[in-house]
Design a protein around this ligand. Structure first.
Ligand SMILES: NC(=O)c1ccc[n+]([C@@H]2O[C@H](COP(=O)([O-])OP(=O)(O)OC[C@H]3O[C@@H](n4cnc5c(N)ncnc54)[C@H](O)[C@@H]3O)[C@@H](O)[C@H]2O)c1
Length: 438
């Protein structure tokens, strides 16, 4: 299947990446980009930097880098800005996060010290475990939005940027159900003027970004740009959006392993997942209201992947438990354990144990880079609204209303690559057997 190539505006000039939250993930991302630019590191973990894409039939042996196929902004052309409730510049924030080696941070000091966070829009009722002095004061939520919009415009003007994207990498907000204020853009705007408490900080950042025409992604699991009011606004203003909750450690492995078990028609009676984590994210998630947000995001995955409604004998009544325990000594080095109780032929039971000693922000940082570059590509390709092809990056992928999300990592990657082929008018890869003969 071949379509004409879509017009993509070339990535001229510089791309601003505005990060909400300058914590472990954000600082590991910006420090990583600085290290890559200086030739001190390789962009491991980043599909936009290292990934290739097969074009045409297998016999043609055409597999350029993804960044050779589609015109992406270069890491050299990124400029960073951030908001945080703490005034620490990115060097101090990175040192506090404790992810990267102090010797490496020292070599990047100049680049990192230049990134000083703007005062944040923060609400202690939504994130209660932390508090900081670097917050905006305003008469109401409408004025807070205006201040955020001014930050965005000032940053773009001061750095002479061509384009910008906004990515929420701030603490997970408390669990909140979708309400009437989130239903339509009109209701949202009324609620904004009425200082409705159900409009949480992320929604104000997202609204501000969309009003400025800036793509927005949510790296955290809380409700945000996925409420109908904001997806409607994104469509109306022709701005791409993506989310939510970066798929990094335990859930990444779940979305690799569960489809494999299902492909072989192996049953699963129980899946027990637990983690220890000692960073600030772990501290925030220690609050039951914030953990509830994460739990919902982490638990949904298996239901969709294993389809118990289609396979009741294999997966009906599956017991799925997820825990995150805040354990400061480990810092950002999360340890996850999974115990899977599965069964095979004649119902004979088996167990699979996984012990993943991972590094949370090391896994997350390259995803933030890819999201920034792909959202910018989406905007230059005149794509707007939910970018389902970016599901690859998320635990709770945003999707069109009435559809279920796609969680299987290999299907997500096929979807992403076929979208890139489609943009460039290349033949889609269908994996049909008859390709051998073509
Ligand atoms: N690291 C991963 O593997 C991973 C995976 C999925 C999701 N996430 C999510 O990404 C987010 C960031 O993770 P992290 O490890 O960097 O956390 P972190 O606690 O180190 O950083 C979050 C930062 O956000 C700031 N902040 C909180 N509320 C804010 C607001 N309203 N405006 C501006 N700044 C605000 C905090 O002060 C903090 O500096 C978390 O929500 C986390 O759950 C991380």
């Amino acid at each position: 299947m071949r379509h004409p190539a879509i017009h993509i505006v070339p990535p001229r000039g510089r791309l601003g990446v505005m990060l909400v939250g300058l914590g472990a993930v954000s600082t590991t991302f910006v420090a990583g980009v600085a290290a890559i630019r200086k030739g001190l590191a390789q962009p491991y973990g980043s599909l936009t930097q290292l990934g290739t894409i097969r074009l045409g039939k297998r016999a043609e042996r055409r597999s350029p880098l993804i960044r050779e196929l589609v015109p992406l902004a270069s890491v050299e052309d990124l400029e960073f800005g951030a908001w945080d409730i703490f005034p620490d510049d990115a060097y101090r924030a990175a040192a506090h996060a404790g992810v990267l080696d102090p010797a490496l941070l020292e070599r990047l000091r100049g680049d990192l010290e230049a990134i000083r966070p703007w005062p944040a829009v923060f609400d202690r009722r939504i994130v209660s475990r932390i508090d900081g002095p670097n917050v905006k004061r305003a008469a109401g939520k409408r004025e807070l939005v205006e201040q955020l919009r001014a930050d965005m415009r000032d940053f773009i003007r001061a750095r002479s940027l061509d384009r910008a994207v906004v990515i929420w990498c701030a603490s997970t907000e408390a669990y909140c159900e979708q309400g009437p204020a989130h239903a339509t853009t009109a209701a949202f705007e009324e609620a904004l003027d009425a200082d409705d408490p159900t409009l949480t900080p992320i929604m104000l950042y997202a609204y501000a970004a969309l009003m400025e025409g800036l793509p927005f992604a949510n790296a955290a699991p809380n409700l945000g740009v996925d409420v109908p009011a904001l997806t409607e606004l994104a469509n109306e203003r022709h701005v791409p959006i993506a989310g939510k909750d970066l798929k990094t450690g335990q859930t990444l492995l779940k979305t690799i392993i569960a489809p494999g078990l299902k492909a072989r028609m192996l049953g699963v009676r129980g899946w027990y997942s637990t983690n220890i984590l000692g960073n600030r994210d772990g501290e925030v998630l220690d609050d039951p209201a914030c953990f509830r947000t994460k739990e919902v995001s982490k638990k949904g995955v298996l239901d969709y992947l294993l389809q118990p409604d289609l396979y009741p004998a294999l997966y009906g009544g599956l017991c799925h438990q997820v825990q995150i325990n805040y354990y400061p000594p480990r810092g950002d080095n999360k340890e996850g354990w999974d115990n899977i109780d599965l069964f095979g032929w004649l119902g004979y039971p088996m167990q699979l144990k996984i012990n993943f000693l991972c590094r949370d922000s090391i896994l997350a940082a390259p995803l933030v880079l890819d999201l920034a570059l792909f959202l910018d590509l989406a905007q230059r390709s005149a794509r707007s609204g939910i970018q389902e092809w970016l599901s690859f990056y998320f635990k709770s992928p945003m999707h069109a209303p009435g559809l279920y999300p796609e969680h299987d990592l290999s299907i997500q990657l096929k979807k992403l690559k076929n979208t890139l082929r489609h943009l460039k008018g290349e033949e889609l890869v269908t994996h049909l057997d008859q390709e051998y003969g073509d």
